[in-house]
Design a protein around this ligand. Sequence first.
Ligand code: MRU
Length: 352
Amino acid sequence: MQAHICWTERRTLRLMDQRLLPFEVRFEEYDRAEAVAEAIRNMVVRGAPAIGVTAAYAMVLSAARAAKAQDPREARRQILRDADILRQARPTAVNLAWAVDRMVHLARDLSKSGAEGEDIAQALEDEAVQIHRDDVAACRAIGRAGLPFVPQEATILTHCNAGALATGGYGTALGVVRAAHEAGKLAGVFADETRPFLQGARLTAWELHEDHIPVTLLCDNAAGALMAQGRVSVVVVGADRIAANGDTANKIGTFSLAVLAHHHGIPFLVAAPRSTFDPAAADGSAIPIEQRAQNEVLSLAGRRLAPDGVEAVNPAFDVTPHDLIHAILTEEGPIHPVNGDTVSRFLAKAPS
Ligand code: MRU
């Protein structure tokens, strides 16, 4: 699959518009941080690590623009304003705030040491490229960490899209799928279609099909029946934010899958990099859940599905309690079992 987040030599950001997939592969070019924030809000790019990488590049656009300001105080104000707009674009995925904060801290440190303008912009550019590279490397390591949990001839069920399109590249949950495929362990993937935005049908099916990895689509509500028939070896999903006790926010419907997997004795795995952990959230109740427009549920492909006057509720994410999670696969190895002690031990270790 071709890269979907591209930093150009002209210092612009090119993003594949994921709303058009699988029917059209089209890139849009951005030169302003505010426009990138809008693209994140509107799901041109989505998936927690991918929006973190994208926001890092957006901060470079902000710094490059600020470098042209006459007054260094005005330049600093502009960078902080853009950082705020970006942080608010989507509230649940903590990778977004993580990446923006990392860029703001770097800009602040450089400014304190006397750097300004173009020097700051150049340092932020190097940092964003590094965040992007690190994310791809983390995904590959997550894939390797998942291998011992995947049996021979495995059928992996996944939800939403936690693939190359949702990360800097390679994917978290689909990183495990790719590693299993490369190791000759994979019989196939079951992809939930993932109502209402259909990330499974449009994105997971597309990127696996592009890479010749066998994928079968199912309605979200078919997962229990497949598990009861013994057709699912393991469930692997991504995460938008993991609390200090291991409770995990991910795409709406993930919690139901975890309950079903528990009922059927099927291992339920979460695949996520260190940047998805939020030590400030003691448990899942502290994770903000994005509520999206009713229209995403009430209509499909521009056509209304429900009678006029009927309302819909559209939480974009739910929280899976840590005791339903068999292991969290990180770039530094698996966390297993998942509880406050094992997660805090992981967080206390210096990142490798
Ligand atoms: O609303 P989305 O498409 O951004 O939701 C994406 C997910 O829920 C993913 O599973 C999660 O961000 C992890 S992506 C590696």
